[in-house]
Structures are given as structure tokens and as C-alpha cells.
Write a protein that binds this ligand. Structure first.
Ligand code: PLP
Length: 398
């Protein structure tokens, strides 16, 4: 069956079958093509391949048959024409943006983005002469509109955002982007396509850290850009080829294994996270909880409208001072303190002193990250064990 025909299948089926023709590979599991070069059947074939007249495999820095299976699968899940695997989420973001920008061009972001993304936008990109503009109060669409000029080349939103769970209105931003004839890029890492398909709401380009829920158990650093055939081919033929942020086929094979269970995992992650968020919200040692599945979340209704679940990233602010938050983190027995999220085991981090350390305290507070904030990435453990662990850790606060 062609890939085009397979698109009639529902999401859970695509997680298992999209991109892989079992008769072509003679294997029910996608094989790992551990090769950096591919034979060209004729001089004519090679010439066409290098001239982008036909699709095929040229050289391992540009393409690989195992990677190709995952790219087709992810494109099917994100409802885009094509996808491109990269070595990390950060390189996916770099690839997605750099193709759209020339020196002096501007782009607009919600400001609520992963710390590494903030650094890329505000520290690395200005070196190339690219001008980032962060929207204040990005829940107000007019605030985005006011920043758009004829130099604006795209809008970028991470939703839900890491670590403070800002929810960007994808439909409203897509509408604005279309009016202004610029693409909307959505970082869909936290929701994954199992919970949110931005293309359905009008988004043009999707980026992922595949390192998180897509692979699901912390075995590979990886990233993906998804979008139209024209755009992905253009990225691939230019910066991707010239810079070389390719992924190893072993890592894309791990992604293929992981994505098979994406829907199941996201369901259980979400159930656990909802229970933890409700427990934290009722806890006397907790000041506030950020989780889009709670009615207290300022964008609860929007999250319900554009997502099929609330994913499993949440953050909460403890009572007391910085030292109290540190004590809670150190007191976790089951939950592991590590700079990561979106994996099978539950993890805790302290954003002010890890991912967002490069920002000043004022800058952190301006984007809702106080020093007593703890971020939890809720895993697939038994919920009773998780709640018991969190409760005993919070008891450390006097
Ligand atoms: C939302 C989001 N986007 C992108 C990234 C970067 O991904 P990677 O670590 O795979 O480069 C992260 C990393 O935590 C993230 O949380």
C-alpha cells in the first residue's frame, strides 16, 4: 500500500504502520540501515538524484532509509507533507527558522519558550543579524499583531510551553499569520501529535524535540521539522546539507520503536499528571500549580479546545524561599532530579537553576518562573507511589 493510501488510517494505526513498507524491507520491524552511502544504479540516476528530479538516497548526511521511515511516519502523524529528522530538538529549531531568515529580518515569539530556545533566539540568532521580538502578554493576539512589520518572516509559539505551561492559541495565531502572509511555527514537543495536531488549526511548520515523548524513554537525542514538501525540500537542500545536523539511523530506529506506543503512553502520562496536579493544588505547602488540565489554569478552556489531553508537564511553586524548593527536590526518593522531561520515569527540575539559569531573576519572574518553582515531568509509575513521594518531600517545608 502506498504511503498516500495509508493516510486513511487513524492515528494509532499510523503510529505503527506509516512510513514502513514491510515487503520492501522484508522485515516487520524497520531495519537499521547502518550505512553512510548508497549505490546509484546508473550515471543517469545519480544525475537526476543530485538535481532533485527524483527522490532517493544520496549520502548519509542528507538521508538514510531508516530515517526516511520515521520521517514519513511523523509527517503522517502531524498531517504535513514531509518531515526532516535532525540530531536534536535545538537543531530542528535552528533548521526550521534559519531557512526563513536573512540578515535584518525579524520574527515574533511568545517569549514563553524552553530556555535553550530563548538562548538560540536571543543570543545566537542576533549574531546572524536576525531580530527576535518577544510578545508581552502573548495570550492577547493583538499584541502579536502590533509587532508585525514588513520584515517579519514568521511567528513562533511553543504550546504548551516548558516550564510554565503557557497555552498559545494556535487557531488565532494561524489566522493572523495567514493575514500577514508569514508561516506559523509551532513547537509541539510537550503535546505531541497524539494530543494536538497544529496543522488542523492552520499552523504551517511543526518542530519537535524527539528526545522527549516521541521516543519516550530517554534513549536518544533527536529532533524533527515537519511542513510542506516545498519547505522541507528547501531546508534539506540548503542549511541541512551545508551544516550537517543529521541523526544516526540507530537513533531514528529508537524513535520508531518509541512512537509505536505514543498514544498509549500519552494517555497514561496525562492521567497520572492530572492526579498529581490536583493533589498539589490541595496541598498546604504549595502556593500555586501550573497545569493546563486544572480549572485554575488561565487558559484551561483553550487547552481543552485545542488539545485532546493535558500532557504530563507541570510546574508548581512551593511555600517558603529558594532553600525550601531545593530541600523538596533533594527529598524526592522515587522522582529523579534530572534536566529532562517527557519520559517514562518521573523527573523533577528546578528551572531557575537549570534551564533558565542564563536569564536574570527579573527576566525569569517576567515570564513566570520564580525561584521556588519546581517542574515535574510525570511518568508512567503507579500514581499512589508518585503521590506518596511528593507528599513526603513537601513535608520538608517547615
Ligand atoms: C519544548 C522544547 N523544545 C525544544 C527542546 C530542545 O530539545 P533537545 O534537547 O532535543 O535539543 C526542548 C528541550 O527540553 C524542549 O523542552
Amino acid at each position: 500500500m502506498t504511503e498516500e493510501k495509508k493516510r486513511k488510517y487513524k492515528f494509532d494505526t499510523l503510529c505503527l504502520h506509516a512510513g514502513h513498507n514491510v515487503f520492501e524491507t522484508n522485515s516487520i520491524v524497520p531495519p537499521i540501515y547502518q550505512s553512510v552511502a548508497y549505490p546509484y544504479e546508473s550515471a543517469e540516476y545519480a544525475a537526476k538524484l543530485y538535481n532533485y528530479e527524483i527522490e532517493g538516497f544520496t549520502y548519509g548526511r542528507m538521508d538514510n532509509p531508516t530515517n526516511d521511515i520515521f520521517e514519513k511516519r511523523l509527517a503522517a502523524l502531524e498531517l504535513t507533507e514531509k518531515a526532516l529528522l535532525t540530531s536534536s530538538g535545538m537543531s530542528a529549531e535552528f533548521m526550521a527558522c534559519v531557512r526563513l531568515l536573512e540578515k535584518g529580518d525579524e520574527f515574533i515569539t511568545s517569549g514563553h519558550t524552553y530556555g535553550g530556545t530563548n538562548q538560540l533566539f536571543n543570543s545566537t540568532f542576533p549574531k546572524f543579524g536576525f531580530v527576535p521580538k518577544g510578545v508581552s502578554n502573548p495570550e492577547i493576539i493583538e499584541n502579536w499583531n502590533e509587532l508585525i512589520t514588513d520584515k517579519t518572516k514568521f511567528l513562533f509559539v511553543e504550546t504548551p510551553s516548558n516550564p510554565n505551561l503557557f497555552i498559545g492559541d494556535i487557531e488565532a495565531l494561524s489566522k493572523l499569520a495567514k493575514e500577514k502572509e508569514v508561516p506559523l511555527i509551532v513547537d509541539n514537543t510537550i503535546a505531541t501529535p497524539a494530543l494536538q495536531q497544529p496543522v488542523k488549526m492552520g499552523a504551517d511548520i511543526i518542530v519537535h524535540s524527539g528526545t522527549k515523548y516521541l521516543s519516550g524513554n530517554s534513549t536518544c537525542i533527536s529532533g524533527v521539522v515537519a511542513g510542506s514538501k516545498e519547505y522541507i525540500d528547501d531546508v534539506k537542500a540548503n542549511e541541512y546539507r551545508n551544516i550537517g545536523p543529521s541523526i544516526s539511523p540507530f537513533n531514528s530506529w529508537l524513535l520508531l520503536l518509541g512512537v509505536e506506543t505514543l498514544s498509549l503512553r500519552m494517555r497514561k502520562h496525562g492521567e497520572n499528571a492530572q492526579a498529581v496536579a490536583e493533589f498539589l493544588e490541595s496541598h498546604s505547602k504549595v502556593v500555586s500549580v501550573n497545569y493546563p488540565g486544572l480549572k485554575s489554569h488561565p487558559q484551561f478552556e483553550l487547552a481543552k479546545k485545542q488539545m485532546k489531553g493535558s500532557s504530563a508537564l507541570l510546574s508548581f511553586v512551593t511555600k517558603g524561599e529558594l532553600e525550601d524548593a531545593k530541600e523538596v527536590i533533594d527529598a524526592f526518593d522515587l522522582i529523579i532530579h534530572a534536566g529532562h522531561l517527557g519520559t517514562s520515569v518521573s523527573l523533577a527540575t528546578h528551572p531557575a537553576f537549570s534551564t533558565h539559569q542564563q536569564l536574570s531573576q527579573e527576566e525569569r519572574e517576567a515570564i513566570g518562573i520564580p525561584d521556588t518553582m519546581i517542574r515535574l515531568s510525570i511518568g508512567l509509575e503507579d500514581i499512589d507511589d508518585l503521590i506518596e513521594d511528593i507528599d513526603q518531600a513537601l513535608k520538608k517545608i517547615k
